[in-house]
Design a protein around this ligand. Structure first.
Ligand code: CP
Length: 357
């Protein structure tokens, strides 16, 4: 793997992504062959935000590779509770561990961490922005189910605004041939503009609809997501969105016989329990694929360890990112990094939010 860090799956070439999928499948077939692959290596999991699957599958992945784990799953039990900055925490942990997986409630945190870490950093979810290792999980599952990552009509349903798994999946699947997207949400929870821009640039067809029942007959894949309560400003706003889209057995009668149902989990109420027994439901199998995907990723990232010190000079702007959920809103020492979009518009390199000069 050429890139040192995995902040976005765009850090990988398509060939590198396919190599990870292939290695995940090899490990799945004969896990015992890989039980010493990371002996002597240490993974740090820094989870500033709750997690079941991502955290546990990362830890299990490293343990199954013969490595060891350190970290925290509650920042209140670390010196973060005493006011330690992200920069200082990462500088220290980067000196202890060989590789770091970080999850944080603010967008762009993994990228910010990568500026200060001697060890490779993996984005394990940054606020409502991206979740690349969930997408690795999704593509391993899809590849195994469909035998290809091309030519699919993919429906994404639920909280498309705040659903980081949705953003990462669209980004990745838009690099494969002839995929199209059906975006099923309320008008308040549509995908962010940078995701629409990306689909337009890649030439992927997409439609935005508000009825799951109308969309379901055309889909090869249905990616259900929960409404992300923790990202709403008020409970009142959340209550308006909750329960709008529910996949149940009745709606499934409208779907193709070979449609695959994926969900990053956790589920709240958007998939009825009895759908679990339909052979199109792949979301629990997906969680197992996630562990093998993370084993493959860790192995690839540790193949040629790169502990070069971070760059210290950046072309910083005087402009402040306008996204209140961007990591730069709390970690004020971070260099202000933007990509010009033309005119007066800048794209924040941490959170991909747009800001006017
Ligand atoms: N899919 C996922 O990220 O689940 P967790 O929040 O439980 O890690």
């Amino acid at each position: 793997m050429k890139a040192k860090h995995l902040i976005d799956l765009g850090n990988l070439t398509t060939d590198e992504l396919m190599e990870i999928i292939s290695l995940a499948n090899e490990i799945m077939k004969a896990p015992e062959k890989y039980s010493e692959a990371c002996r002597g290596k240490i993974l740090a999991t820094l989870f500033y935000e709750p997690s079941t699957r991502t955290q546990m599958s990362f830890k299990t992945a490293m343990l199954r590779l013969g490595g060891s784990i350190i970290g925290f799953d509650n920042p209140q039990n670390s010196s973060v509770s005493k006011g330690e900055s992200l920069k200082d925490t990462i500088t220290v942990v980067g000196g202890y561990a060989d590789i770091i997986a970080i999850r944080h409630q603010l967008e762009g945190t993994a990228r910010a961490a990568s500026l200060y870490s001697a060890a490779p950093v993996i984005n394990a979810g940054d606020g409502g922005h991206l979740h690349p290792t969930q997408t690795l999980t999704d593509v391993v599952t899809l590849y195994n189910e469909k035998g290809t990552l091309d030519n699919m009509c993919i429906g994404l349903c639920g909280d498309l605004k705040n659903g980081r798994t949705v953003h990462s999946l669209i980004k990745t699947m838009s690099h494969f041939k002839a995929n199209s997207f059906v975006l099923i949400s309320t008008p308040e929870l549509t995908v962010p503009q940078y995701i629409k821009d990306l689909m337009n640039v890649s030439g992927c067809r997409y439609t935005e609809v508000s009825s799951l029942a109308e969309a379901i007959p055309m889909l090869d894949v249905l990616y259900m997501t929960r409404i992300q309560r923790e990202r709403f400003r008020s409970m009142e706003e959340y209550e308006k969105q909750k329960g709008v889209f529910v996949l149940d057995r009745e709606k499934l009668t409208l779907a193709k016989r070979d449609m695959k149902i994926l969900h990053p989990l956790p589920r709240v109420d958007e998939i009825a329990e009895d759908v679990d027994y339909d052979d199109r439901a792949k979301y629990f199998h997906q969680t197992v694929c996630g562990m093998y995907a993370r084993m493959a990723l860790i192995m690839k990232m540790l193949e040629k360890p790169d502990r070069t010190p971070m760059a210290r000079k950046y072309d910083t702007h005087n402009v402040k990112c306008s996204n209140p959920n961007c990591i730069t809103s709390t970690e004020h020492y971070l260099p202000k990094l933007f990509k010009p979009l033309g005119g007066d518009m800048l794209l924040c390199k941490y959170c991909e939010g747009r800001t006017l000069i």
